[in-house]
Design a protein around this ligand. Sequence first.
Ligand code: PHE
Length: 350
Amino acid sequence: MTDTVNRPSLAELLDRMAGLEREALPAIAAAADPEELERLRIRYLGRTAGLLSGVSGSLGLLPAGDRPAAGAAFARATAAIRARLDERAAAVAATRRAAAPPLDLTMPGRAVWQGGRHPVTVVIDEVAAIFRELGFTIALGPEAESEWYNFTALNFPPDHPALDLHDTLYLESGALLRTHTSPVQVRTLQAYPPPVRVLVPGNAYRRDFFDASHAPMFVQIEGLAIDEGVSFVDLKATLTHFARRFFGAARTRFRPSFFPFTEPSAEMDVECRICGGAGCRTCKLTGWTEILGCGMVHPAVLRSAGVDAERYTGWAFGMGPARVAQQRYDIPDIRELYDSDVRVLAALAR
Ligand code: PHE
């Protein structure tokens, strides 16, 4: 078998190209939508399987003398089909535009939600800014803690109910998820000699009942101020100053309380802004919402951290920024802050 069998003649190729063009042009003229036009473009001009492109492979098989004529005919047919495709595409687009309803330029633009800071983050930043003015810096500590930092060093007696499995989430390693940010008090005092003023934002975990004002993971902000001659007056004045700065005219009150690591201890309430003090579900009908626990740091805690408890005194607090955000943004159910429902968060971020 000789290869002449597969060699097309010039006349044959010209004929094939003319045939393809004759077939393509009416098909293009009849195409009614861009998808159909695209199918035709691929059918005739497609690089790998296009019918016309297929012919180009044969051009090189022609005798050298015939190639210029064949090449010119190929270029012309390709250009003709391409031009007709473009023409038809423009016509189809124009028809579509004409059929479309007219543009209403008075229609309001569509708002694009670009994300925003979570309300609890906003609160943490604002709290930090107010305390920064008072000389506090930020300190951080681990969320997986030892029992010693979380409880023992903080003067919890070994049989304290908070150690109970019902409140504390223990890790397999024997460590636990810190139940408050207070262990960072001890870590900070071990690392820095007084005077110390730090603010510690961070996550804490409790196997708490999940209700309108409790969540199993929550954010806390710990505050700690230790120096010579610091008294309960400093505590009350500083936290009252904070509340005025943060909530404006809202009323506050201190109630006596108990924590193993502070003595005396108190809780600070702000007047419930959701009901204006009348009593509602969020404030459990009391008209007040507790936003922090506080007290004078117990000498036993100072001693655990290696601080001279005769020379230094100080106070600490633990604030729930989600509670604060709940009050600030009038959120009846604290779970809304943790549900990550973008509609709720977007409304709050406004
Ligand atoms: N750690 C306490 C709690 O989680 C709050 C607190 C911090 C109280 C510091 C007093 C001093 O409830």
